[in-house]
Design a binder for this molecule. Structure first.
Ligand code: URA
Length: 253
């Protein structure tokens, strides 16, 4: 008996029915998934499938619904960690310093963190075993936006956003932000939101220092459409179907 059949208890045929794969992935009930299929909303490996008898291998099939990729391979892990400050962004540390691997010990299999946050930076870190997705999310050519909240000394001059959008010269080349916003001012300090698709080391700290506003606290709040919500520091949660779909879409998978 093949692996698929033993896992799904389906009769002696290859693969799993497409509507069952979709319902197991949480897209819709099996009946609603059938409707989506006959309406031509489902693609398997780049081709629209409109017949209900179609069987697929959930471990290898690339399935899109309404143009958005659906994660159907149950071996894939997509997690969000709210990284606390003081934690190294490595899976293990030979000097025994606290690192993000400490939060993932009980998770099975090899996991990767998508990019890095400085030891003093907090916030959203994606963790996955989906190598191609991780690679593309980190690569600047896919222009996936990362959003940061930075606490800096105020006041913030009026033209700062324009200057940052135009580009600022750093030691290793120019950097431009995609957007900049003053969020709050309190007691001589300002809270600013910086959005950019760059992943260079310390880029937000170096950029804001260069324009005279050294960072006192830095939190990453979003990658693409995936946002930190109310996770406490150190908390981990699985991404939901929409979040995973939005990441795949952002990098053309
Ligand atoms: N930019 C920084 O300066 N630090 C980070 O951790 C991430 C982006």
């Amino acid at each position: 008996m093949s692996e698929n059949r033993s896992r799904t208890n389906e009769p002696d045929v290859e693969g799993v029915r497409l509507q069952k794969v979709l319902s197991q992935a949480g897209v819709a009930s099996r009946r609603a998934a059938e409707q989506m299929i006959v309406e031509g909303r489902v693609e398997v490996d780049g081709s629209v499938v409109m017949e209900l008898g179609r069987r697929v291998d959930p471990e290898t099939a690339v399935i899109h619904v309404d143009g958005t990729r659906v994660a159907v391979n149950s071996d894939r892990t997509h997690l969000l960690l709210n990284k606390p400050t003081g934690i190294l962004c490595t899976m293990s540390d030979d000097q025994g310093r606290p690192c993000i691997g400490d939060y993932l010990r009980e998770r099975q299999g090899r996991l990767y963190h998508v990019g890095r946050l400085d030891v003093d930076t907090e916030g959203l870190l994606l963790i996955t075993n989906d190598g191609e997705l991780a690679h593309r999310l980190m690569h600047p050519s896919y222009r996936v936006l990362k959003t940061y909240l930075a606490e800096v000394p105020g006041p913030i001059p009026k033209g700062l956003g324009r200057e940052l959008r135009k580009g600022v010269e750093l030691d290793d080349g120019p950097v431009k932000v995609d957007s900049f916003k003053l969020v709050d001012v309190n007691d001589g300090r300002a809270l600013v939101e910086v959005v950019l698709h760059e992943g260079r080391k310390h880029v937000v700290r170096r950029l804001l220092k260069q324009v005279g506003h050294p960072v006192q606290r830095l939190v990453r709040t979003a990658i693409g459409d995936v946002r930190l919500t109310s996770e406490r520091p150190g908390a981990i949660r699985p991404l939901d179907r929409k979040e995973i779909g939005s990441l795949y879409r952002a990098v053309g998978l």
